[in-house]
Write a protein that binds this ligand. Structure first.
Ligand code: ADQ
Length: 472
């Protein structure tokens, strides 16, 4: 790495997971998901390096190569994982940025760890990036990196993308370290958000909190122009298309359908997270049986909820609540061998997930707040057959693009959710096809490659456009 990398990605996690091969030897495997598959080709083309954590505490590893990518591991001690990752990232920023649907924890030792770990990432990026290189920092765990990196390496072009929502001023204002976070982000040349509204929140905060001058979504800071823009992320349509075409996947769809009987299948696929609205959707589904609008045998709900952030208290409480709910509904309406809610904790591979999407009649996506929600887009990308309906919360980023084809809901409105579930369940094939076609057009047109390309071209082509200052 003597001349350094022209392209550097900085993310909390490396794009690989540890596995054990058939021979018992530990190996790395590329992590599933669109972000990695969109960025990996760019990494190979541009001699890229990815800086991130392996996911194991107290692990010091030398840089290594995997799948054509240079990987640069960053160590985190067990205490740092507790304070920086589980603490400031996931107990402070995550709830604050998701409409405070759970109370954020404000703790100074968590903040100190956040600063310390962000600095470690920034120093690594400063070390590996080539002169005038491009650095792309990902997500809320690393919001201080742009500024720290700029101080170390003013020659670099720095982009930042936030995968989660960016809150309105009234909420962000709570944060004791609001100024530092904002100044951290302003170290970038380009700050990307999922939606234009989030970019607008950011610009408004720069004006109110820092008294920064701005024109439209360009903020003037430190003799530089920082662009705030929206780049709605998407899914790898090509990969999902290939999976849908596989005979083993199609066979698996038949098996799943046969196992579930004649019932209409509703499906939820989420990380077990309080922002996803899992309790609201289960409550609505349960009440449809209470009201007699659904009968056992007529509909089943398959809820896949992968455990996540299990050491954070709010996540433990949520898990207990959902387990009780599922127990109550099944106790009331299930029969031996035929539960009405199938609640599964496993993490599935892409093929099994695709089979589940294809087996579902109604995909239920009801977050209370979500930056985008890729599950909704994956479902649409898989439904080449133009069957199935999507129930989609208004509070997801995906709703901005899919609202015309989806059955939109406000997940806080349980009666509304119940009626919408029934509408989606009862939609005729012609209506399903009409809606699905509308949604597919958007998803196919704007897939994850297009997203990565849009962000990187904007970052590479700085448009200096001095204009009238709207803040005056
Ligand atoms: P998440 O909050 O994790 O992402 P989401 O966008 O739905 O939410 O992505 C989840 C991904 O994990 C999907 O690709 C899904 O297929 C996969 N997944 C979920 N459950 C799984 C399981 N049991 N087994 C295997 N895979 C599973 C954050 C933000 C979102 C934003 C994304 C991307 O919170 O708003 O859309 O980043 O920017």
């Amino acid at each position: 790495m003597s001349r350094g990398s022209e392209f550097v990605v900085v993310a909390n996690r490396l794009p690989v997971d540890r596995t054990v091969g058939a021979d018992g030897v530990p190996r790395w495997r590329r992590s599933p998901g669109g972000l990695v598959s969109a960025i990996a080709p760019v990494m190979r083309r541009r001699k890229g390096t990815w800086i991130g954590w392996t996911g194991a505490p107290d692990e010091e590893l030398e840089p290594f190569e995997e799948d054509g990518m240079e990987l640069y591991p960053i160590a985190q001690s067990a205490r740092e994982v507790e304070l920086y990752y589980e603490g400031f990232s996931n107990a402070t920023l995550w709830p604050l940025y998701h409409d405070v649907v759970a109370p954020p924890v404000y703790d100074r030792s968590m903040w100190d760890a956040y600063v310390r770990v962000n600095r470690r990432f920034a120093e690594a990026a400063a070390k590996v990036a080539a002169r005038d290189g491009l650095v792309w920092v990902q997500d809320y765990q690393l919001q201080l990196v742009p500024r720290m990196l700029r101080e170390l390496r003013p020659d670099l072009r720095i982009g930042f993308f936030l995968h989660i929502p960016f809150p309105p001023l009234e909420l962000f204002w709570q944060l004791p370290w609001r100024r530092q976070i904002l100044e951290g982000l302003l170290g970038a040349d380009l700050v990307g958000f999922q939606l234009p509204g989030a970019a607008a929140n950011f610009v408004r905060l720069c004006r109110r909190l820092l008294e920064a001058r701005y024109v439209k979504q360009d903020v003037f800071w430190d003799d530089r122009v920082v662009r705030a823009r929206a780049f709605p992320i998407s899914v790898d349509v090509g990969e999902l298309n290939d999976l849908v075409g596989r005979s083993d996947v199609q066979e698996r769809v038949q098996e799943i359908r046969a196992d579930l009987g004649d019932a209409t299948v509703l499906l939820g696929v989420d990380r077990l997270d309080y922002t996803k609205g899992i309790t609201q959707r289960l409550q609505a589904f349960g009440e449809l049986f209470d009201d007699g609008r659904l009968k056992p045998g007529q509909a089943v709900f398959v809820q896949i909820a992968t455990p996540s952030r299990e050491r954070v208290e709010q996540y433990q409480l949520l898990r207990e609540e959902i387990e009780q709910q599922v127990g109550r509904i099944n106790g009331e309406y299930g029969e031996i061998g035929f539960p009405v809610v199938h609640y599964l904790h496993s993490s599935y591979d892409r093929a099994e997930l695709t089979a589940l999407y294809l087996a579902a009649d109604v995909m239920v996506v009801t977050p209370l707040r979500d930056g985008m929600n890729l599950v909704a887009k994956e479902y649409v990308a898989c439904r080449k057959d133009l069957r199935g309906t999507l129930v989609l919360s208004e509070f997801t980023g995906a709703a901005a693009e899919l609202k015309r084809g989806a059955f939109q809901v406000n997940p806080y409105d349980i009666d509304g959710l119940k009626s919408t579930l029934m509408d989606a369940l009862e939609a005729e094939p012609a209506e399903q096809a009409r809606r699905m076609r509308t949604m597919r057009r958007r998803v196919i047109e704007n897939d994850v490659d297009r997203w990565a390309h849009a962000f990187l071209s904007e970052l590479e082509n700085p448009a200096a456009r001095p204009g009238r200052d709207e803040s005056e």
